[in-house]
Design a protein around this ligand. Structure first.
Ligand code: ADP
Ligand code: MG
Length: 658
């Protein structure tokens, strides 16, 4: 049979597994059981809609160790896999999280040995290669009468061929590695070891995990019918009451070894268990298993709500941003269970979009098992649960912000954008709910602060909240207007996200204090006298300013003086509802409606360059060169592109060649 190659990524992962020195090789069992459980879920879920007569209690996972043959079988009667699925699922597994980590740390022995990389990331099916030298997967998919056998001895590829299997499901056979000095692989063939692994990692799996177990128990003798035993034939020890008295010692029951089918797991779902008896490890293991993340979550929220509607929930906030969170491919929502049975894989209506990064599940006996999606959406129960969860998440975030700032900042770095979008997309309706969860970079304190903290630290007579936008913090720090504000003692919130200014507009101030961009002309600072002085100088220089405006033409809406530019000769500002930042964002939108900001060129009358401008007043040619250069410079400082680089270069050249 033709041997097929694993896809490159899979091959690397496989290599990692085969050559693993990882001490927790035992987690392979958890991985295979979790796959089996997923397969059972899928089959059961399908049966709900197919009107099939599948009974939930028929579904099971079975472990069959064989010490002589040195094999361990993990079988399930779940959904099974077709030929194509075997190929796709087991030939190309790209757990890029594990791989990326491994690559980043290649050559760094310390890290690769000490770090619990395999434990941190879910590693799936391939982890079985940590303990097996050969693996076969015999599978028959639901609705098909063909079975297929997938087989691999590791790196040199795999084969798939036709096979026989009477019932739907999958049997995975691991040919356990030979023992080595350091490693006793044989333990994975011992029933007591398997049983304790199941209890440790897979106890909550909601299907029985069964295994034949040999136990010894007191020998039961055939039923006696005598008085005391009432018949003479019986010759068992127990019945040796003939004539002689039996000594106590002889009365000891005899033991026999019997083989019994035992269910190894308690099947109590994690969320029904008592919080007090659960550890972080329990929650994290459940999370990485169930929600296909490689890393332990930042936090879990386990809650039980009783009342008009009762439900249990376990929610998780991931510790990293899912790579596709902000794209269409991201599946938002929580798993929904009705009394322990999953009825929906991801129920979007349980979470507001801005908490879309939350993963987890809800189980309620008040939601009917057979409710249709349409009815579910309108269900009062569902809305009540969603509302309860939303408040719960918020209050846990409030707590984190108060008690564990470092974790909160990490959270915000990852998901703060979602909250800002929440304000923007609700047209401000969610402002009061979300505003105190926001963090912004404070230019004065050089750290992330809340709006409450900003307001509490406002200086005397400050009535406005100052912010500055740009594409990144360092860029914003270069804005000429910033230095002036800081020198005067004002703090300024630096806002690098596209959505920032849009969400500020929706928030409409905080605690009655309006938000003001430091590039605005009408800030309530500096006092009347300063303003008057600028206006006077503006009138004095009217002709010059008009000439510069004329030289720049359509590029700017106005040229004016400003006393807030610090060491810079010029800067850009804008008037009207659209700022420069907003213009940039709008221009990037697919259905760009190209709304433009009204650009203002601000000049610093106290800068020597302003003298140069005055000196060339009247020389149209020269004034045009200077004005053009100043404008281009202001564009650069504002993080914008120079409109005509050739012209810019020509002007500089001209200046230098003088
Ligand atoms: P993951 O479970 O995270 O998707 P795995 O490597 O554990 O990744 O498994 C890869 C895929 O192989 C699964 O998504 C599933 O489609 C398929 N699979 C694995 N085991 C089984 C099984 N026992 N029954 C049906 N499908 C399975
Ligand atoms: Mg898996």
């Amino acid at each position: 049979m033709e041997k097929k190659q694993f896809k490159t990524e899979s091959k690397r992962l496989l290599d990692l597994m085969i050559n693993s020195v990882y001490t927790n090789k035992e987690i392979f069992l958890r991985e295979l059981i979790s796959n089996a459980s997923d397969a059972l879920d899928k089959r059961y879920f399908k049966s709900l809609t197919d009107n099939s007569d599948l009974v939930r209690s028929d579904l099971e996972i079975r472990l069959t160790p064989d010490r002589e043959a040195r094999t361990l079988m993990i079988s399930d009667n779940g959904i099974g896999m077709t030929r194509d699925e075997l190929e796709a699922n087991l030939g190309t597994i790209a757990k890029s999280g594990t791989l990326a980590f491994k690559q980043e740390n290649e050559g760094n022995e310390q890290v690769s040995e000490d770090m619990d990389i395999i434990g941190q990331f879910g590693v799936g099916f391939y982890s079985a290669f940590m303990v097996a030298k050969r693996i076969t997967v015999l599978s028959r998919a639901e609705g098909s009468d063909e079975a297929w056998l997938w087989e691999s001895e590791g790196l040199d590829g795999y084969t798939i061929g036709p096979a026989e299997k009477d019932d739907v499901g999958t049997v995975i056979t691991l040919y356990i590695k030979d023992n080595e000095d350091e490693e006793d692989y044989g333990r994975f063939l011992e029933t007591y070891a398997l049983r304790s692994l199941v209890t440790k990692y897979s106890d909550y799996i909601r299907y029985p995990i069964k295994m034949l177990i040999e136990t010894s128990r007191p020998k039961q003798h055939d039923e006696c019918e005598c008085d005391e035993c009432n018949h003479d034939e019986c010759e068992c020890d127990e019945c040796k009451h003939d004539d002689e008295e039996v000594s106590e010692a002889e009365k000891e029951p005899e033991y026999e070894t019997v083989t019994e089918d035992a269910t190894l797991n308690s099947m109590v779902p994690l969320w029904r268990r008592n919080k007090a008896e659960l550890t972080d490890e329990d929650y994290n293991g459940f999370y990485t298993d169930k929600f296909h993340d490689y890393e332990a979550p930042l936090m879990h929220i386990h809650s039980k709500t009783e009342g008009a509607i009762s439900y249990n929930s376990i929610l998780y906030i991931p510790s990293e941003v899912p790579y596709n969170l902000y794209s269409k491919g991201y599946k938002r929502g929580l798993q929904l269970y009705s009394n322990g049975v999953m009825i929906m894989e991801s129920c979007e209506d349980l979470l507001p979009e801005y908490f879309g990064f939350v993963k987890g599940l809800v189980d309620s006996s008040d939601i009917s098992l057979n409710i249709s999606r349409e009815l579910l959406q309108q269900s009062r129960q569902l809305r009540a649960i969603a509302n309860g969860l939303k408040k719960k998440i918020k209050s846990e975030l409030d707590k984190m912000l108060e008690n564990d700032r470092q974790s909160y900042e990490k959270f915000f770095k990852n998901f703060g954008l979602s909250l800002k979008y929440g304000i923007y997309e609700s047209y401000g309706m969610e402002t009061s709910f979300l505003q105190d969860l926001l963090l912004y970079y404070s230019a004065r304190e050089e750290r992330m602060i809340t709006l409450k903290e900003y307001v509490a630290a406002m200086i005397e007579n400050q009535t406005e909240i100052y912010y500055a936008c740009g594409s990144d913090i360092d860029g914003i720090k270069r804005l000429p207007q910033l230095k002036y504000m800081l020198d005067k003692g004002y703090d300024v919130l630096l806002m690098p996200d596209n959505v920032d200014e849009f969400s500020l507009k929706m928030m409409n101030g905080y605690e009655g204090k309006p938000f003001k961009s430091i590039t605005d002309n009408d800030l309530n600072i500096g006092g009347e006298e300063e303003k008057k002085a600028v206006e006077e100088r503006q009138t004095e220089n009217r002709e010059l300013l008009d000439a510069i405006k004329a030289a720049l033409g359509e590029k700017v809406h106005e040229v004016r003086l400003s006393n807030r530019l610090g060491d810079s000769p010029a800067a850009l500002a804008s008037d009207g509802p659209i700022s420069l930042e907003m213009e940039k964002v709008l221009a990037d939108l697919p259905n760009n409606n190209s709304m433009k900001a009204d650009r203002i060129l601000e000049l610093n009358p106290d800068h020597p360059v302003f003298e140069s401008l005055r000196s060339v007043q009247g020389d149209d040619e020269q004034l045009k060169t200077y004005a053009g250069l100043l404008y281009d410079q202001a564009l650069l400082l504002a993080g914008l592109k120079i409109e005509d680089p050739t012209e810019f270069a020509a002007r500089i050249t001209k200046l230098m060649a003088k």
